[in-house]
Design a protein around this ligand. Structure first.
Ligand code: FES
Length: 105
């Protein structure tokens, strides 16, 4: 599994998604509940950025129609989205947030 540096840990604010591009793949990084999560930054319902949505209870909410995706699994817990969004493994090394684009689930 290959990890690439996504950003510095100090660049992340609690519950505020940060959008990055890794090898051309849009990824939303979220620090919440003491962990950092990486989730594909395109909603599975339509082509909008999840990083513009709100974070609550380890979920990120799509701002357009309100589906909430679990940051641990990528699964939506509310319609209209029915398909999961890919989530990616994250490692923290010092102040570096590293992400592997290998899909976790
Ligand atoms: S575009 Fe995200 S729920 Fe519709």
């Amino acid at each position: 599994m290959t990890f690439v540096r996504a950003c510095g840990l100090s660049e992340l604010e609690e519950d505020t998604p940060k959008r990055v591009e890794l090898d051309g793949t849009p990824v939303s990084l979220v620090q919440t509940e003491g962990e950092v999560f990486a989730i594909h930054d395109i909603c599975s319902h339509a082509n909008v950025s999840l990083a513009e949505g709100e974070v609550d209870d380890c979920h990120i909410e799509c701002w357009l129609h309100g589906s909430r995706f679990d940051l641990r699994s990528g699964k939506p817990d509310a319609l209209p989205a029915t398909r999961p969004v890919p989530v990616y493994p994250v490692k923290i090394e010092g102040d570096d947030v590293l992400v592997s684009l290998t899909q976790e689930s």
